[in-house]
Design a protein around this ligand. Structure first.
Ligand code: SAH
Length: 237
């Protein structure tokens, strides 16, 4: 069934965003009495179309849904070239992250001009919303912002903070041995050029745990997707 993120208009009615209204009416060509699923206030509802002009949608009942990770997972990802950041934002959403921050570090080649940041962030928001709908999530992750590695704000930190470092021993399981249910987790993945030794030392000083993702060197986007897969597995097994 078609699903949208929307807001509650009242206890009985919901309001779609205008883009979704257009999608429902002109792409899906829905009619009176057609049903949709709507996520509003982090809850899932079965809804029915009461009227199409003007569009009026009412709540039939709430649907129980348990698809979210119990623990908050945050991805910190160094900006990469081309559309790889788009890919990572989409896959991270499918894998259940609650927060994403993009990072500029010593070896990050991509730099956003101040004027482009708002546009880029809007694009990532859209990707996260669509991926959340597609993977039937109840929340759209929050994009915290774009930060310099040397000036990480406190919102990026969790109970456990991991930095993926390819120069470490190759034992993935050992790397994540401290990861237990009930603790929020942050994972930081570096740029194509990796982190410098100074950056790693600084991160460890700030409480980050150095983590291996196995004996093969992964591209940054693969590293992020793999790390989130391992974390999701460990939290849900
Ligand atoms: N340029 C580096 C590789 C960087 S890979 C080199 O050639 O050695 C990009 C990022 O992915 C790294 O900063 C790291 O965070 C992560 N990564 C890739 N493979 C990894 C691995 N096997 N273990 C831990 N982190 C890895």
């Amino acid at each position: 069934m078609q699903r949208y993120f929307a807001s509650l208009l009242s206890k009985e009615h919901i309001k779609l965003e205008s883009e979704d209204e257009h999608h429902l009416l002109h792409v899906m060509r829905m009619k009176k009495d057609d049903e949709i699923e709507v996520v509003a206030n982090d809850k899932l509802f079965l809804c029915r179309i009461e009227n199409v002009n003007p569009l009026n949608i009412y709540i039939v009942h709430e649907i129980n849904s348990d698809v979210e990770l119990n623990e908050d997972v945050t991805l910190l990802f160094a900006l990469t070239k081309g559309d790889r950041t788009d890919l990572v934002v989409q896959k991270a959403t499918e894998l259940g992250v609650k927060k994403i921050a993009l990072i500029q570090s010593e070896r990050t080649v991509v730099r956003y001009e101040e004027k482009d940041i708002a546009k880029k962030c809007a694009r990532y928001q859209k990707i996260m919303k669509e991926a959340s709908e597609q993977s039937h999530r109840l929340v759209v992750p929050t994009l915290l912002g774009i930060y310099n590695l040397k000036k990480l704000p406190k919102e990026v930190y969790s109970d456990l903070n991991y930095v993926a470092y390819e120069k470490d021993a190759n034992d993935v399981e050992g790397s994540f041995k401290g990861l237990t249910k009930g603790k929020s987790v942050t994972i930081l993945v570096g740029p194509e050029g990796g982190f410098s030794k100074e950056e790693i030392d600084m991160l460890v000083n700030q409480g980050f745990i150095r983590t291996s993702l196995g004996k093969r060197i992964l591209r940054a986007e693969t590293a992020a997707i793999y790390a989130l897969s391992v974390i999701g597995y460990l939290l849900e097994r």
